[in-house]
Structures are given as structure tokens and as C-alpha cells.
Design a protein around this ligand. Structure first.
Ligand code: PLP
Length: 398
């Protein structure tokens, strides 16, 4: 879009959209097709020649390689994150796995911060391990451990920021420095932040990943993932997407495009809800500890103040109680749904031990750093006072 429009509320609405759509449609059409056809043999040869000479063509051939609705989202994400190119995937995990499979080969090694989405850790420690790719887990916030973990065969560092579920914030300049000095690719899963609260590319991060299922989509009604970064790296990952087959469908891409238009407004409310609920919980005698990077009690408060403009809608906290009373508290809440996601308009709550670590014993959970009393509350965009009143009455029940 033209350079007059710089603000995020403007960008989320207009960036990536074409003003001259088919049938004079204001909205980007859902191009619901599996393939794209050629007028005649000469037309097809013209396409092949474009691919041979430029590596890309100005039209599509097959739906696994690209789709105009998907591309509109990719253009919008480039504008929001400040990268050069973006790719959309069927899920956040598909974005994570396709990216790592593109960048890593047998005998390579990666460094992963340990507080992260459990499936990302599982992928590295089981799937990649089977392919002869080793992972070293380092605690979030320990940059000496991060540097010490680097080996001659290390190719990349992967970290969430903020992390799941403890909202640890990666010190982006420090991590970028370690990556640069060791010639590594730095990948940040910025799902919890969104480009409204944090833009890792501006700090020198190479690739930004999102589970677009969360804030970017924002309505708990689609699954998608995204990778944003430099043109050459993204082009490599795009080739893998064509082979691995994880492109988003056009209907989900349209829903994502629609959701993105309200991202700035929604995140503003998520931020307000997150901050006020975190403050309320921190002052409550039945709450043992609150994890929210906007609170001065959080270990990464100073880092978050430096590199984030808001702290999001996820607040993790521990109840004064045990496994059962934490469940009683959750059941007494009236507003949030019980479920394992975040970033949508509806508030969601989960008792982490039971939702994500059910098969483990209490001791195994403790070793994984998860207490039975840990609650992850993903605040929606409801009225803050209603959310606090609901928490207040539920805490009275235990
Ligand atoms: C930080 C983070 N990254 C990636 C994912 C995976 O995304 P998806 O569920 O869209 O595959 C999640 C899902 O919860 C997540 O929280």
C-alpha cells in the first residue's frame, strides 16, 4: 500500500488488499480452486519460462503452491511484521515443522528455549531426533546457557517470546547478538505478542513464526500458521511447503484476512484486560503467584518494557490450593470457556496440569516445571470489570 498509511490500525485494514478486485468486490475474493488453467500450450510455455528465468511466475499453477486469497494474507503479514516475505500454513505447527525441516539436515543441531509450546518441543526431541538432528534445551532468560549450547554443527536458535505458559520474554538484542556472532538463524515464535505488541524483525530476528489460529485470526474459528522473514529464506521454505503440502485453504485464509482487520483494536483490549486482571490477581490472597510480563514482579519485566508496547491477554497464575481446588475454582468461573487455546474474542481458561500434561504424575509435572495449581487464563475482549468480578466470585468458592 502507499506510504501515507503507517499506523497499525490502518495497516491491518488496508495492507495487502487489492483495490481492484474481480466483480468490483470490496472484499478479497475466496478463490476456491485446486488448480489454475492455461489458455493454450503457448500460455503454459510462457509460465514455464517465467519459472525457469525468475524462479517464480506472475500467475499460479496449482493450489498447493499458492492461492490469491492466501497471498493477500501473506502481503498483510509482511506489512505488519516488517519482513520481506511471508508464507501461510494450515496450522501453527505446520509453520514450525516445515520451517525446521527446511533449515535443518542430518547431523545438525538447534538450540531451543525450554518454556515453549509442548508440541514444538516434542517435534524437536522426537521427530528431528529420528532424522539425526539434535536439540539442546536452554532455560529462558539464561543467555550464558544459550551461548554455551552452541556447537560447531548448530544451525539455529528457536524461542518463543512471550513463552507458553510462563510468558518469559526473550531479550531480542541479546539473542540476535548470540546468533550473529555464531552465524546462526534466529527464529522467534511471536504468537503471544502479535505484531501489534512486538516486532522481532526490527530487532534483527531472521524469521518470525505465528500460530495464526490465535490472535491473528482472533475468533477461535480457524487454524493457520505463518512464517515471515527475508525473501531468500522464505523462498526456500516455500519450496518445502509445496512438497510437504501444508498450505492454508482459501476459506481459512479469508477468515484470517477478515480477523486481521480488527487485530489492532482487539489486541488493545486484550492488553487492557491482561494488565488489569494480572494486577487484580497479584493482590488476591488466594493467588500464590502471577506470571505476566507487564507486572514488575515478572523476571522479564524490564526486557518487556524495552521491546514490547503491550503484554497481551494471557495471564498465568498459581492458586493457593491443590489439584482439586484449582479445578473447583475453574469450574466456578462463569465467563471463560474451558479449553486449550488463546487469542480469540472469547476468554478461555485451562488448568495446565490437566489440559496439557494430563498423562504425567505430579512429580513428572514438577520436573517439567508445571505445578498442579497452574492456571493459564487467555483473556478475550469482554469487559474488564466483568472478567474481574467473575474471578472474584470464583476465588470465593475455594
Ligand atoms: C506459541 C505457540 N506456537 C505454536 C502453536 C501451534 O499452533 P497451531 O495450534 O495453530 O498448530 C501454539 C498452539 O497453541 C502456540 O501456543
Amino acid at each position: 500500500m502507499q506510504s501515507v498509511a503507517k499506523g497499525f490500525s490502518t495497516q491491518v485494514v488496508h495492507a495487502g488488499e487489492q483495490r481492484d478486485n474481480h466483480y468490483h468486490s470490496l472484499t478479497t475474493p475466496i478463490v476456491q480452486t485446486a488448480l489454475y488453467v492455461f489458455r493454450d500450450t503457448a500460455d503454459m510455455i510462457d509460465y514455464q519460462e517465467q519459472i525457469m528465468t525468475r524462479g517464480e511466475a506472475d500467475r499460479e499453477e496449482y493450489g498447493r503452491y499458492g492461492n490469491p486469497t492466501v497471498q493477500a494474507v501473506e502481503r498483510k503479514l509482511v506489512a505488519l511484521e516488517g519482513g520481506e516475505a511471508a508464507l501461510l500454513f494450515a496450522t501453527g505447527m505446520c509453520a514450525v515443522t516445515s520451517t525446521l525441516l527446511t533449515l535443518l539436515s542430518a547431523s545438525d543441531h538447534l538450540v531451543l528455549t525450554s518454556d515453549c509450546y509442548r508440541r514444538t518441543r516434542q517435534f524437536c526431541q522426537t521427530f528431528l531426533k529420528r532424522l539425526g538432528i539434535a536439540t539442546t534445551l536452554v532455560p529462558p532468560g539464561d543467555y550464558a546457557a544459550m551461548e554455551a549450547a552452541v556447537q560447531p554443527n548448530t544451525r539455529l536458535i528457536f524461542s518463543e517470546s512471550p513463552t507458553n505458559p510462563y510468558l518469559r520474554v526473550l531479550d531480542l538484542p541479546r539473542a540476535v547478538d548470540i546468533a550473529r556472532r555464531n552465524n546462526l538463524i534466529l527464529i522467534v515464535d511471536s504468537t503471544f505478542a502479535t505484531p501489534i505488541n512486538q516486532r522481532p524483525v526490527e530487532f534483527g530476528v531472521d524469521l518470525v513464526i505465528h500460530s495464526a489460529t490465535k490472535y491473528l485470526g482472533g475468533h477461535n474459528d480457524l487454524l493457520a500458521g505463518a512464517v515471515i522473514g527475508p525473501r531468500e529464506l522464505v523462498a526456500e521454505i516455500k519450496k518445502s511447503r509445496g512438497v510437504l503440502g501444508g498450505i492454508t485453504g482459501p476459506q481459512d485464509a479469508y477468515l484470517l484476512l477478515r480477523g486481521l482487520k480488527t487485530l489492532a483494536l482487539r489486541v488493545q483490549r486484550h492488553n487492557e484486560n491482561g494488565m488489569r486482571v494480572a494486577q487484580f490477581l497479584e493482590g488476591h490472597p488466594k493467588v500464590r503467584r502471577v506470571y505476566y510480563p507487564g507486572l514488575s514482579s515478572h523476571p522479564d519485566y524490564a526486557v518487556a518494557q524495552e521491546q514490547m508496547t503491550g503484554f497481551g491477554g494471557v495471564v498465568s497464575f498459581e492458586i493457593e490450593g491443590d489439584l482439586e481446588s484449582t479445578g473447583t475454582f475453574i469450574d466456578a468461573l462463569c465467563l471463560p470457556y474451558i479449553g486449550p487455546s488463546l487469542g480469540g474474542v472469547e476468554s478461555l481458561v485451562e488448568q495446565v496440569a490437566l489440559q496439557s500434561y494430563y498423562e504425567l504424575t505430579t512429580e513428572q509435572r514438577r520436573q517439567a516445571g508445571i505445578s498442579n495449581e497452574l492456571v493459564r487464563y487467555a483473556l478475550g475482549i469482554e469487559d474488564t470489570d466483568d472478567l474481574i468480578a467473575d474471578l472474584e466470585q470464583a476465588l470465593e468458592k475455594i
